[in-house]
Design a protein around this ligand. Structure first.
Ligand SMILES: Nc1ncnc2c1ncn2[C@@H]1O[C@H](COP(=O)(O)OP(=O)(O)OP(=O)(O)O)[C@@H](O)[C@H]1O
Ligand SMILES: [Mg+2]
Length: 351
């Protein structure tokens, strides 16, 4: 081979689980080559920060060995409150000058020390006036960037692409559903500690934030109210959701937490509307391990008046049925949104 493959291994490092995927893709479509899933070592990832680099690095290494990948480069994504995505408006200017202007603007908009952040930006095609340009500013604390690159390096690979979870989710959406011109599309990825919320307009990300609610809210409420350990609370939650016999209290805690989680989603929708001249979603998709929580998507739909539709990250992805049964694909699909988007990245891609 004359050229090294630029294809990567997608890796989504969550609080509850680590997901890995390899894809092949060309102009004709995409194919899933491998998928790996492992529980995150306890207390090693918190709020998007990798607090135990050694433990997570080992978990990544065993996942990579498990799928016997020949690829050496990883595409992974940061998330949490140490990453900020914000739409700003700047005077129209030459593309070459934007980078300096953005650093200047970031000082006003980003609540972190400007000397310790990494910045990226994306110019939005639509702008509010002819003299200005709308830009999506992406800022991450340098420490976070270091944590993600180091954890990959100690697992023996290189970090070829460092993305943001919401953008990876949007990438997976576009592969499967296209750009859906003219409509404003929301995607909610209900994880363990956060819910990624990303909004697309004409195929472009215009809003992206991590809402600090997820499956851990349910587990913690059960743990606190019923005096059981966190592991027992998690087991009670999953039993209730799969309709096994549990005390009635578990069901009532799940219902009450659905309302609390929905309140946070509703307030993010209000924030979206307030920061985008009253933009409302035409459609909203859901995914994530916690999206199967009984009554959650129904509660969000009832309170917000927006019908939630399931997001299938494998809708247009081919998979060898000898390797991946339809049942297995269905089982992993709600965990695979972010990692599918990452597996489609190539080294050298811009965020
Ligand atoms: N069948 C199920 N029904 C409801 N919740 C579930 C189910 N299976 C797993 N979960 C919950 O899904 C969460 C894990 O989902 P996921 O892997 O998407 O999260 P994560 O990416 O690790 O978390 P985060 O992105 O917040 O760090 C856990 O809170 C777990 O309890
Ligand atoms: Mg996640």
């Amino acid at each position: 081979m004359f050229f090294k493959s630029k294809k990567v291994i997608g890796l989504d490092i969550g609080t509850s689980s680590i997901k890995l995927a390899e894809m092949d893709f060309n102009g004709k479509g995409a194919q899933l080559l491998s998928f790996g899933f492992a529980p995150t070592p306890p207390n090693s990832v918190s709020g998007g920060e990798i607090v135990d680099i050694g433990a997570v690095g080992m978990a990544i290494q065993s996942l990579v060995n498990e799928v016997k990948s020949k690829r050496k480069s990883i595409a992974t994504a940061m998330w949490g409150t140490a990453v900020i995505v914000k739409k700003i408006t700047i005077p129209k200017m030459d593309k070459k000058l934007i980078k300096d202007q953005i650093r200047f603007e970031a000082e006003q908009y980003i609540p972190f020390d400007i000397n310790n952040i990494s910045l990226a930006h994306h110019i939005l095609t639509a702008s509010s006036s002819p003299d200005t340009m709308d830009i999506l500013l992406i800022a991450a604390q340098n420490e976070l960037v270091t944590q993600y690159t180091q954890v990959i390096e100690i697992s023996g690979l290189t970090c070829g692409v460092l993305d943001v979870s919401g953008f990876a989710l949007a990438n997976a959406f576009e592969l499967n559903y296209g750009k859906i011109p003219g409509e404003v599309i929301g995607i909610l990825n209900f994880g363990a500690s956060i819910t990624n919320f990303v909004v697309l307009q004409n195929g472009e990300v215009i809003f992206c934030r991590d809402i600090p609610v997820g499956g851990a809210n349910y587990t913690n409420e059960i743990h606190k109210a019923m005096g059981v350990t966190v592991a027992e609370a998690e087991a009670l939650k999953l039993s209730a959701i799969s309709r096994r016999e549990v005390p009635d209290e578990v069901h009532s805690i799940i219902s009450a937490t659905n309302e609390a989680v929905t309140e946070e989603i509703r307030s993010s929708l209000d924030f979206l509307s307030a920061t985008t001249n009253g933009l409302v979603l035409n459609r909203c998709f859901y995914t994530g391990g916690s999206s199967a929580t009984s009554g959650l998507t129904e509660t969000v739909s009832r309170v917000t008046g927006i019908l939630l539709e399931p997001f299938n990250p494998f809708l247009r992805v081919k998979a060898n049925p000898k390797k991946f049964s339809p049942e297995y694909l269905e089982q992993i699909s709600s965990f695979a949104g972010v990692v599918t988007g990452l597996a489609l990245r190539e080294v050298g891609d811009a965020t």
